[in-house]
Design a protein. Sequence first.
Length: 335
Amino acid sequence: MKSNSPLVSINIPVFKCEKYILRCLESVKDQTYKNLEIILVNDQTPDDSMILINTFIKANPDIDIRLIEHSENSGLSVVRNTGIKNSKGEFIYFLDSDDEITSDCIELLVKNALETGAQITIAQNRWINTFDNTTKDNGFPTRAPKKYYDDKLEIFSVYSDGGFPASSWNKLFKKDFIIDNDIYFVPGLFAQDELWFFHLLLKTNTLAIIDDITYLYYLHGESVIFNRKKKNFENFLTILQHFTQAYKNENDEVLKNLIKKKIILFKEMVLIMQWRAMKDKEYLKTNFARMKRMTRLSLFDYFSKDYSTNLKKKNFFQNLPSGIATKLFIWRFER
């Protein structure tokens, strides 16, 4: 397989992962697909992760592992960018260091990618809850009605409806597609995948989906979804600003409408997540005021068939006076 199959670069960030990194690396070692390189980017981890990694490297001399050291802690966005720039493979796969992949993960994804020629190939995932030892298939669901897309507007339409999970992991990407379109992660963001995937799908012409569960996502006390604080929600507002700028820069009217739809739905998601995590009425009110300055439906849009009645309602409530919008939101959410 190795001589006739394309090289796949598996990118793994290294930062405070001593509890999980060996499990992650063993899952890559166990792959049925063998033409792999592992790109490990050490973001100046302060724990014993590197001791464990160096022991693993010495014990597995036949595995192509490259270790890249950052001179200072730079955050996950920069780590992912470093991985992209140092990947030699035809395909790139992102794997977080606290998760693992099934033994047939890369084989299944590459097989589909070669058959379809897709720029992005998405597989399914399983949540493993370490608190109560339960599992949940498709914790981050793919709700797309088709298994293959070859139209950019259709792809973005499904995405704007929440059809594809916005994570960078559990997807196989053609490296040249990323490089040629100069799509890198924006440094300093905590929700960097969300913005990167948005920028990527603005350029995506072909996308494929497989039904196989290939990624095991571990829920634990350090998981991001359990540790969202005000700085995370400030990042979401920054992402919304990027979305708004993309809307202003876009010339295709159909795509502009889809970006506008994405913005309104993303606003709703951020408001819900913020209230669940913080229960801070004043901060909610502040964010209603800030979001009103971003892209929203015009009066003309309310007479357009391009937007659903449900979306029009969301936009209406988001753009009421901030105090009224906050009270109505809390009433609707808590009733």
